[in-house]
Write a protein that binds this ligand. Structure first.
Ligand SMILES: [Zn+2]
Length: 274
C-alpha cells in the first residue's frame, strides 16, 4: 500500500512539473515542485457550509463508526449536497446549453498562473459592488497585461465573513423569497464581456457565492463567460494570501459526469520569490 501511494505521489509530481514546464513556471529539476508555499483556497464542507437559499446544504451521515464484530476499527459516512454550494465550480453548462459539463472541462482550464484583483477596499462599504472594467485596467497599469491562459481571481474580502450568512451574503433565510435579499459583490456583466472579448483567460473565481452579484436577476456574467467555456470558481477562500501575480493554481473538482458544477478543491502554490 505504501509503495502504491508513493508511486501515485511521484506520478502526480511528474504531471504537475510538466504543467509548470509547459506554462513557463520556474523549473528546478525533474519531478520536483518549485520552492514555495501551498495555500488552501477551499472552505471545508460541513453543516455550516454556505449554500444558495434554495439549497438544502451539505449533509454528512454516519454509516458506521466503531469496532466491527471482527475486532477492527471502521468508519464510513454518506454525504448529500447540491452541486452549487461551498467552494465549488460552475461548469459552463450551468448557464450555457451545449457547453462543457463538469467532466468535460479540460485540465488546462483548471490549472495555471493566477492573477488576483483586489477590490476589497471598494467592496467593504458596498455589498452590491460589481467589479468593473476599470478594476482590470487599474490592475494592468501596475502589473502588466493579464497573460493568456490566466486564472483570474477576484478578492472582494468577503471570505472573512464565512460562514456568517448574514454578513457573507445578506441573509440567512431559506427558500425562493430569500433570494431577493441576497447582497454580495460580483463581476459586472460589462467586465465579463470585456474579459472574454479582449483577454484570453482560462477560468475565473471569487470569494462570494456567485460570479454575478447578489442582486442579479439575469445572471448575465455567468452567461457571458460560460458561452465561451470559461468556468467559474465560487466561495473561494484565502485570496488575501495570494500575490497579485505569480501564484500557480490547481482547481480540481469532483468529476461528476454531466454535472453543471460540483465541489472543488482549489489550492495555490506561491513561489518563494513572492
Ligand atoms: Zn455555482
Amino acid at each position: 500500500m505504501k509503495i502504491y501511494i508513493k508511486t501515485i505521489a511521484f506520478s502526480l509530481a511528474i504531471v504537475i512539473s510538466a504543467v509548470y514546464a509547459e506554462r513557463g513556471f520556474p523549473q528546478q529539476g525533474p519531478a520536483q515542485f518549485p520552492e514555495g508555499k501551498w495555500i488552501d483556497l477551499t472552505h471545508d464542507f460541513s453543516s455550516d457550509t454556505v449554500y444558495w437559499p434554495t439549497g438544502e446544504g451539505f449533509k454528512l451521515e454516519t454509516v458506521f463508526q466503531g469496532t466491527t464484530d471482527k475486532g477492527y476499527y471502521y468508519a464510513a459516512n454518506k454525504y448529500t449536497a447540491e452541486e452549487h454550494g461551498g467552494t465549488h465550480i460552475d461548469a459552463p453548462r450551468h448557464f450555457a446549453e451545449g457547453k462543457q459539463t463538469l467532466d468535460e472541462i479540460p485540465i488546462e482550464s483548471l490549472t495555471g498562473s493566477a492573477v488576483v484583483i483586489d477590490v476589497s477596499k471598494k467592496a467593504a462599504s458596498d455589498p452590491d459592488y460589481q467589479i468593473g472594467i476599470e478594476d482590470f485596467t487599474e490592475w494592468e497599469a501596475v502589473n502588466g497585461r493579464i497573460p493568456d491562459d490566466s486564472i483570474v481571481l477576484l478578492n472582494t474580502g468577503y471570505a472573512k465573513y464565512w460562514p456568517d450568512k448574514v454578513k457573507y451574503m445578506g441573509t440567512d433565510k431559506k427558500g425562493q423569497e430569500a433570494v431577493k435579499e441576497l447582497h454580495f459583490p460580483g463581476l459586472h456583466p460589462a467586465a465579463a464581456k470585456w474579459l472574454t472579448e479582449n483577454r484570453d483567460i482560462s477560468a475565473i473565481g471569487l470569494d462570494t457565492p456567485s460570479i454575478d452579484y447578489g442582486q442579479s436577476q439575469l445572471f448575465e456574467s455567468h452567461r457571458v463567460l460560460f458561452r465561451e467555456n470559461i468556468p467559474a470558481f465560487e466561495n473561494v477562500a484565502n485570496l488575501d494570501r495570494l500575490p497579485p501575480k505569480g501564484a500557480f493554481v490547481i482547481a480540481l473538482p469532483m468529476k461528476i459526469k454531466g454535472g453543471s458544477g460540483g465541489p472543488l478543491r482549489i489550492v495555490a502554490l506561491v513561489p518563494e520569490t513572492n
